[in-house]
Design a protein around this ligand. Structure first.
Ligand SMILES: Cc1cc2nc3c(=O)[nH]c(=O)nc-3n(C[C@H](O)[C@H](O)[C@H](O)COP(=O)(O)OP(=O)(O)OC[C@H]3O[C@@H](n4cnc5c(N)ncnc54)[C@H](O)[C@@H]3O)c2cc1C
Length: 381
């Protein structure tokens, strides 16, 4: 484990590791079959404080730094992806705008509810017409007495059907758009004019839902504006900057579990009178996977550590997300191949992780967008 991870976090990571082995892995099939997390498991997650790891201590969280959090998240990601997903939104994209830019009242009201897991959160940026180009969003917020009126539609929004609050990014000045014309709002479940549309059918990620979120003259009081008018695009980018490292951490966790499954299978499975692990072709799959996961792990530790020490990590965060998620996908493909026909069968769980890991190259900015941002920074200098 990285030397820079605090002793408290190391201890906590061991607790998570036992939780994953003893309580998460036994219910993975049930989550996959039912599409929901068992209530006792969620209760234990709350008890462990998993929903508030990144939320400051004064607001009921654990106040972990990003390095400690990423490695705790990596460990938890070795279980079913739905377990990771529900807690990582409350620790990341669902709470980050309030933690970074919220008013004291917003923090005091919402953060304890998010930290305890009593409230589930969602981050609503993407729209049918605005994905990679987030500045093209069409959802508007118009000033009205005492607040703002939101109109428009978001889609692919994680946790939307179960969320108690949404961080919504909307246009407040069509001329300025990303340059001071986009603003962030907290919208509560049950607000008049807020409805959840279709729940998307997905290739993986069973148990964590994406849905459309529709605003039809949805009134949001002034007190729920986050930051200042026009600062919403910056708030969203700051949120995603940190979110990219969470995506990297989870991808590495999934990759490490797959690799350990591959090692076990390579030792056990015999063909041509010997363990398949004795064939060079299989050894190369294992060696390449171990090498890539090691490199991704080191990038993650370095970037998170720099973030905790106040450095601008925009480019490193893109590099880490890109490398970790692309590597973990290659690992998943190799480990499925290593398992032969058995890898295609539900009983080994490899096929599930292969499907789950696919989304990581898309959300929090696609691989192409990460490359675009890295190159843009290089060419600028
Ligand atoms: C499982 C999942 C969960 C998600 N959760 C959330 C959420 O909670 N909240 C939220 O707001 N959004 C969420 N999203 C949306 C996600 O962030 C977007 O899907 C992603 O940003 C890509 O946008 P898009 O799907 O519209 O693809 P598009 O932007 O339409 O891209 C299509 C293709 O074109 C490529 N492309 C686009 N522009 C360029 C360019 N300039 N150069 C090169 N290639 C380019 C892309 O890389 C991609 O390959 C989620 C998505 C998924 C899959």
């Amino acid at each position: 484990m990285d030397d820079r991870i605090t002793p408290e976090a190391r201890h906590f990571i061991e607790i998570i590791s036992r939780f994953v082995q003893d309580e998460c892995m036994p219910v993975e099939d049930a989550i996959e079959d039912t599409g929901r997390l068992p209530d006792p498991l969620v209760r234990t997650m709350k008890h462990l404080g998993l929903f508030g790891l990144r939320i400051p201590v004064v607001y009921g969280g654990s106040g972990m730094n990003l390095l400690d959090y990423c490695f705790a998240l990596k460990e938890l990601s070795k279980s079913h992806d739905a377990i990771r997903a529900i807690m990582s939104v409350n620790n990341g994209i669902g709470s980050m705008a309030i933690v970074n830019d919220g008013t004291e009242d917003q923090k005091a009201h919402y953060l304890p509810l998010l930290a305890s897991g009593e409230y589930i959160s969602a981050f609503a940026l993407t729209e049918p017409g605005a994905g990679s180009d987030a500045s093209a969003i069409a959802t508007t917020a118009a000033k009205s007495p005492g607040g703002w009126v939101l109109n428009g539609m978001k889609h692919f929004i994680t946790n939307a059907p179960i969320a108690d609050i949404f961080t919504v990014i909307a246009v407040t000045d069509k001329e300025k758009r990303a340059k001071g014309g986009i603003t962030a709002f907290i919208v509560e479940k049950g607000s008049k004019g807020l409805t959840i549309g279709n729940i998307h059918n997905t290739m993986g990620g069973k148990g964590w839902l994406q849905a459309e979120v529709i605003f039809d003259d949805c009134f949001v009081p002034d007190k729920n504006l986050v930051g200042s008018i026009g600062s919403g695009f910056k708030i969203a980018m700051k949120t995603l900057n940190e979110g990219r490292l969470s995506a990297a951490a989870s991808a590495i966790g999934i990759g490490e579990r797959l690799l350990s499954m591959g090692v076990e299978y390579a030792k056990l499975r015999k063909q041509f009178g010997k363990a398949i692990g004795e064939f060079e072709a299989i050894q190369w799959m294992l060696a390449d996977s171990a090498m890539e996961l090691y490199a991704a792990d080191r990038m993650l530790a370095d970037t998170a550590y720099r973030f905790d020490h106040g450095e601008d990590i925009r480019t490193q965060s893109s590099m880490t997300k890109l490398f970790a998620t692309e590597s973990a996908f290659k690992v998943a493909d190799r480990m499925l191949q290593l398992h032969g026909g058995m890898g295609f069968m539900k009983e080994t769980k490899v096929e599930r992780m292969f499907r789950d890991i696919r989304a990581y190259r898309i959300f929090e900015g696609t691989s192409e967008i990460q490359r675009f941002m890295i190159a843009r920074e290089l060419l600028k200098n």
